[in-house]
Design a protein around this ligand. Structure first.
Ligand SMILES: [Fe+2]
Length: 264
């Protein structure tokens, strides 16, 4: 047994196994199926997602009428965001390691109308599944060619477009041998503060979906599907990169599920 696996068996030994967490996920899914009620957002109290137990709000949110300024702000102008900030592969001297790809789509409201000129920010792990962040110290390499943050403004059709590399899955400490499916974090302001949304985009067919309590905290399969991008060969570019498409709905019954971690 090497040093790494020894330490992994130490402090984590009392943590739940994947089998235990998967059994909890399955029991909740069965109860949801039997309930006949449609839930389109993540459960804030979702015990398989261990830290949600202490962190979720325990009281109903206070409903305040937004001040007028909150219905029109923030507003980002074209000059506030540079065109190159949407390309995460050109932020350093060398190209980052990994599968280069374009992620593009539209930001729309609940009626399908484009949400124009709005700030879309993303952050993500590198191809090895490591964040450039103090709290991410797991033994995967940092990439000197990749920081993992980008931003852009939606165009007149509500469209956004990022060039980046595909992030890797990474371990987290929810339970023993817990791994997150590959994902990109998105923050959207919409047209006003009351529409602000933080969510995660996933990639189709990820083998970790069934095992992941964050993805599964959205208990409805159709709602979960709205978090998964589609591979689009029309976006893929000859000899250059693969392409994915992901549309985001800010409001209404088909609203893109939010990230439970940022829901409180
Ligand atoms: Fe993440």
């Amino acid at each position: 047994m090497n040093q790494l696996s020894k330490s992994a068996a130490g402090p984590d030994a009392a943590a739940a196994s994947q089998a235990e967490v998967s059994a909890e996920i399955e029991a909740i899914a069965k109860a949801y199926e039997a309930s006949g009620v449609e839930e389109t957002q993540p459960r804030l109290d979702y015990p398989p997602y261990r830290s949600s137990i202490l962190r979720h709000p325990t009281k109903a949110p206070y409903q305040a009428d937004p001040e007028l300024v909150e219905l029109f702000a923030p507003v980002f102008g074209r000059s506030d965001v540079g065109a190159l900030e949407a390309d995460l592969t050109i932020q350093h001297h060398g190209a980052p390691i990994g599968e280069r790809m374009v992620v593009t789509g539209r930001v729309v409201d609940g009626d399908g109308r484009p949400v124009r000129g709005q700030l879309v920010e993303i952050w993500q792990a590198n191809a090895a599944g490591r964040y450039l962040h103090q709290r991410d110290q797991h033994p995967a390499p940092l990439d000197p060619g990749f920081t993992g943050m980008g931003r852009t403004l939606t165009d007149d059709e509500g469209g956004y477009r990022f060039t980046t590399i595909k992030p890797g899955p990474y371990p987290w400490k929810n339970h023993r041998n817990a791994w997150r499916p590959a994902h990109i974090h998105f923050s959207l302001f919409g047209t006003d503060f009351t529409q602000r949304m933080i969510t995660q985009m996933y990639f189709p067919g990820d083998p970790l979906f069934a095992l992941d309590p964050i993805y599964q905290s959205v208990v409805d399969q159709r709602a979960r599907d709205r978090l998964v991008a589609t591979y689009d060969h029309e976006v893929t570019q000859h000899e250059w990169c693969t392409g994915y498409r992901w549309d985001i709905v800010l409001t209404g019954g088909r609203r893109t599920p939010i990230d439970a971690e940022h829901a409180g």
